[in-house]
Design a protein around this ligand. Structure first.
Ligand SMILES: Nc1ncnc2c1ncn2[C@@H]1O[C@H](COP(=O)(O)OP(=O)(O)OP(=O)(O)O)[C@@H](O)[C@H]1O
Length: 247
């Protein structure tokens, strides 16, 4: 991907995953990210939830190196090999499914990798189809294949399942479990959905007005698949979001 070069942005070493120190972002004098400091362990799956406008996408864009207006005392350190997955698949309509999956991948075995990634997401046999012949869920699976074909050390996902119907979302969750397990990248998933966060992540962050106001581990002692054992955590997260749980 073409990342903006930013003075605070640098690549982490082999062992680190993500490190942010005092990162801020202002738009027209209004602070949208307020001196955020975070560390992600390698392979950690982190979900970021928060109300609309709380700064989630701004943080993700900063980590992706897509925002050259970030300020901070410290650095943003992320692996150089990272992929970004958005809510819309952003496929190129004039390229086939396979060409989209391997777009920008300059490796001699790119096609073989692309076919394998498409098989992983259940799209074998659709390599030569055009994106507009695919359903929304299938297009998003191509986007997932495109992200994972590079075997990134960091996957940044901004509401990647937000536009999908409930059944397709569940299928995508299962797919993500399986593929993340194979590739083992560190993941930041921005989502509005508390249950999606609890289901998928090892750790959930709640953002409010540009600050991380809650940082909770979900992983152990709650191995996947998770069930009622996470009720207390769910209640805490909803409370942090200012939502009264009606269930
Ligand atoms: N390019 C921009 N110019 C001006 N303001 C911006 C810009 N990008 C984001 N903002 C503002 O920053 C705040 C945080 O936006 P951001 O997209 O990070 O929120 P979010 O938590 O991801 O919201 P949502 O859940 O609705 O996607 C919002 O008030 C938004 O209007």
């Amino acid at each position: 991907m073409n990342a903006a070069i930013h003075p605070f942005w640098q690549s982490t070493g082999a062992d680190a995953a993500v490190r942010l120190r005092g990162v801020s972002r202002r738009f027209s004098g209004r602070t949208v990210l307020g001196e955020v400091s975070l560390d992600f362990a390698p392979g950690e799956f982190v979900a970021l939830i928060g109300k609309s406008g709380s700064g989630k996408s701004t943080l993700l864009r900063a980590l992706a190196g897509l925002d050259d207006g970030v300020e901070g005392e410290g650095a943003i350190e992320v692996p150089a090999d990272r992929s970004v997955l958005f809510q819309d698949s952003r496929l190129l309509p004039w390229k086939t499914v396979l060409q989209n999956a391997v777009f920008g991948l300059r490796l001699p075995d790119a096609d073989r990798r692309g076919r394998a990634a498409l098989a992983d997401v259940g799209l074998s046999g659709r390599e030569d189809a055009w994106p507009n012949a695919l359903s929304g869920g299938e297009q998003q699976r191509v986007a997932l294949a495109r992200s994972l074909v590079r075997q990134p050390r960091l996957l940044l996902a901004d509401e990647p399942f937000g536009a999908l119907d409930a059944l397709t979302r569940i299928r995508m969750h299962e797919l993500v479990f399986r593929l993340i397990g194979q590739h083992g990248p560190t993941v930041l998933l921005v989502t509005h959905d508390v249950d999606e966060a609890i289901k998928l992540a090892d750790r959930v962050l709640v953002m409010e007005d540009g600050h991380i106001v809650l940082d909770r581990q979900v992983g152990l002692p709650h191995p996947r698949p998770r069930d009622g054992r996470v009720d207390a955590l769910r209640a805490d997260l909803l409370a942090a979001l200012g939502v009264v749980d009606a269930v």
